[in-house]
Design a protein around this ligand. Sequence first.
Ligand SMILES: [Mn+2]
Length: 299
Amino acid sequence: MTPTTTVHILGVPMDLGQQRRGVDMGPSAVRYAGLADELRRLGCTVVDGGNIGVPIAEQIDHDPSDGTAHNATAIGQVCGEVYRAMCDALGQGHRAITLGGDHSTALGTVAAALEQPGRLGVLWIDAHADFNTPETTLTGNVHGMVVAALMGQCPPSLTIGDARLQSHQIVMLALRDLDPAERSRLREFGVATLTMSDIDKMGMKEAAESALRLLTGATHLHVSLDLDSLDPSLAPGVGTPVPGGLSYREAHLLMEMLADDGRVRSVDVVEVNPILDDKNKTGKIAVELVASLLGKRIL
Ligand SMILES: [Mn+2]
């Protein structure tokens, strides 16, 4: 990113897409870890748009139409707001960083990125594929249905904006915990994946090159960074930790290569849960990774 880049920060204290409380404090944790100051040190102009209002779980009346997708109606309403705020920021030519909240936040951000001029590519950095539907889900958690919903495979309550993500527009990286139905669905829809096993064999440099090659047709990229992609020893403050994640250097190398690529316009930082964290370790590494993604270099 160029030194004149304006970065728009938006907080989404959303914990309705999964069942562990505390992820609604993610935006505070990442702000407290110094995100805005770090971006200013990189020469960015920072605009903080504050937080989107999210009802707390106790305020929500069960909506029978949600079926097996818990809180779908409420999540859809919040993500509609996220979508409008992000369309506004991107429409002004700003880069956008959205702080979740659980990964259902990305229903709004990716929908907004999809509607920008040009062709979108999405890099989904996550231990999980988030590719269940209300029919295949084992938990009812909407944060595990986000990619399916973005492709138009979930009910209207979870379908935001007019543009649908095509399966060739997304690459999933750092996967290591898939439900059986997700495995078959990934194959069925031909979604490109770079699992932890692939990264072990190729090394991160080749894996990142491969991901960017798969997204060659994209004019702009959206990076959806679920902090559970990292190894839990580095990022313990997440709701669904899975051993064997990205190392510190692998994660930074990936961010640096994405920065060099130059097409990233929007980023989600999701699933940071301060209640489960160790002295905001996860919030701090989130800030470091965003800094690398926006161009911070050792030398
Ligand atoms: Mn996720």
